[in-house]
Design a protein around this ligand. Structure first.
Ligand SMILES: N=c1c2ncn([C@@H]3O[C@H](COP(=O)(O)OP(=O)(O)OP(=O)(O)O)[C@@H](O)[C@H]3O)c2ncn1[C@@H]1O[C@H](COP(=O)(O)O)[C@@H](O)[C@H]1O
Length: 107
């Protein structure tokens, strides 16, 4: 299966659940708590991903990475940023080495 399909389906589900019942939907519950809580969850899942990479096994890393991507998608949705915009930015960067990009910055 094309990897992008699950991301597209997840984005649609998240958009649909945003205004849902917080007692029945985790996405709705997070949105009801506000942007600061959603952003905090992204930070926590990022930290847990780091810990899994340094101290966990492969399965833990996969699970934490999934949590991170999911929560990042909830954050993007809450800020009305379509995933396509982020993917377009990655496409724009495609082929430009990070080393060359850094060297081209003046600061
Ligand atoms: N991919 C996910 C997904 N990944 C992780 N999680 C939830 O994210 C939560 C994070 O767990 P934590 O232990 O970090 O946090 P917590 O203790 O529940 O919350 P805190 O009070 O500590 O903040 C758990 O409740 C997980 O079940 C997810 N919840 C939902 N989805 C997707 O979103 C869809 C919509 O979900 P609902 O909105 O719940 O219907 C689902 O069908 C799935 O496709």
């Amino acid at each position: 299966m094309e990897h992008g399909e699950i991301l597209a389906r997840l984005e649609a589900t998240i958009a649909q659940r945003r205004q849902g019942d917080p007692s029945a939907s985790y996405v709705a519950k997070l949105n009801a708590k506000g942007i600061a809580k959603i952003a905090q969850k992204v930070g926590e899942e990022g930290t847990e991903t780091v810990i899994a990479a340094l101290a966990g096994d492969r399965k833990e890393l996969v699970g934490e990475a999934a949590d991170l991507i999911f929560h990042l998608m909830v954050l993007l949705s809450a800020k009305d940023v379509p995933l396509a915009e982020v993917l377009a930015e990655l496409e724009r960067r495609e082929g430009t080495s990070g080393i060359a990009e850094k060297a081209s910055r003046s600061n």
